[in-house]
Design a protein around this ligand. Structure first.
Ligand code: NAD
Ligand code: IPM
Ligand code: MN
Length: 355
């Protein structure tokens, strides 16, 4: 079982280190780890945010554990050299079109939600975000206009792209509470009109799933009004990016939410995938031991489940995390003073108490 470890920038290496301590504690036989440079650090060392050797290492693995990329020192580089291009490149080069971002509340954590505790209590949703298309990957550029320099980005989705992510969404809903909310802006965007019509077509194959459509502006409002109404949210790349950060504040902190990015490639043990926290490199707290490593640790759990067929170990990590989150070991993001490694220590203790 080969895992490529790509810690990246800022708090990426700090939170990934804690996930690796958890992996180590599981003592899985036959595990081989490779580590590669990605993001700003890769640009500084190799002149490119996604060096060819890093991409090849990822391709050759059964799964990728990713930290975060982003470096203020690189903010003025031309787009192709920006750290963020590394994660976009990995997602598209590896065909990882389905991004799963679960957001569920923890008993005992409702007080840290940005919502009232009784509203926060019901949250248990999964954002299924399309990851290879949308305005992220359309043509873009700069041109001159009467109003001076003009930036432009083309937004598009074709039926095939919508169909494959819709299947992911419906299958996920079947395994959960059987409800799927497709989020779009079909009252304005042609992209969304094709999106909605295609989702309706695919829905015919899933009569057991209840489908509703919601405009993204309403969805943003509904999520803070009553997040408990959502089961699976199926949406495009840009709306999914925004709504998942919002969901994290409903749970309590962006430092808690993990993600899996999956494609079609199967490995000997499961589905090839890349696993990362939904948060970024958090330059404002990098190097201070303030980052919450839970999102990275839960990303490891998703990796074990989806790519390595290790459901038992994934479940154990999730149970250990739930214990820690409900305890008084909390980082600054959750109103406490525990450091990154102290939170890691607590997860390791909870894990060994389970076995
Ligand atoms: P961010 O997610 O890095 O940080 C947003 C806020 O949340 C900050 O105040 C940060 O301190 C806090 N935060 C984030 N993760 C945390 C954690 N684990 N524990 C405690 N607090 C945490 O988003 P941003 O500030 O908008 O972006 C910073 C950089 O990260 C940018 O370069 C951006 O492009 C990049 N980014 C990368 C990814 C990725 O690698 N997938 C995701 C998002 C942003
Ligand atoms: C995320 C990030 C990325 C995205 C950026 C860094 C390209 O915000 O993983 O959520 O927009 O997808
Ligand atoms: Mn994001």
């Amino acid at each position: 079982m080969k895992i490529a470890i790509l810690p990246g920038d800022g708090i990426g290496p700090e939170v990934t280190a804690e996930a690796l301590r958890v992996l180590d504690a599981l003592s899985l036989p036959g595990l081989v780890l490779f580590e590669g440079d990605v993001g700003g650090i890769a640009y500084k060392r190799h002149g490119h945010p996604l060096p060819a050797e890093t991409l090849e290492m990822a391709r050759g693995a059964d799964a990728v554990l990713f930290g975060a990329v982003g470096d203020p020192e690189c903010d003025d580089l031309p787009r192709e050299h920006r750290p963020e291009q590394a994660i976009l490149g990995l997602r598209s080069e590896l065909g990882l079109f389905a991004n799963l971002r679960p957001a569920a509340g923890y008993p005992g954590l409702e007080d840290m939600s940005s919502l009232r505790p009784e509203v926060a209590r019901g949250i248990d949703l999964l954002v299924v975000r399309e990851l290879n298309g949308d305005v992220y990957f359309g043509d873009k550029g700069e041109r001159s206009s009467d109003g001076g320099r003009e930036g432009w980005d083309a937004m598009s989705y074709n039926e095939a792209e919508v169909r494959r992510i819709a299947h992911t969404g419906f299958r996920a809903a079947q395994k959960r509470r059987g409800r799927l909310t497709s989020v779009d802006k079909a009252n304005v965007l042609e992209t969304s009109r094709i999106w909605r019509e295609t989702v309706i077509e695919v829905a015919a194959e899933y009569p057991d799933v209840e489908l509703e459509h919601m405009y993204v502006d309403n969805a943003a409002m509904q999520m803070v009004r009553s997040p408990g109404q959502f089961d699976v949210i199926l949406t495009g790349n840009l709306f999914g990016d925004i709504l998942s950060d919002q969901a994290s504040a409903c749970v309590g902190s962006i430092g808690l939410l993990a993600s899996a990015s999956l494609g079609e490639r199967q490995t000997e043990f499961g589905t090839f995938g890349l696993y990362e926290p939904i948060h970024g490199s958090a330059p404002d707290i990098a190097g201070q031991g303030k980052a919450n490593p839970i999102a990275a640790i839960l990303s490891l759990a998703m990796l074990l489940r989806h790519s390595l067929g290790r459901e038992t170990e994934a479940g154990r990590i999730e149970r250990a995390v739930a214990k820690v989150v409900a305890s008084d070991v909390r980082g600054a993001d959750l109103g406490g003073s525990a450091t990154t490694s102290e939170i890691g220590d607590a997860v390791l203790r909870a894990l060994s108490a389970l076995s």
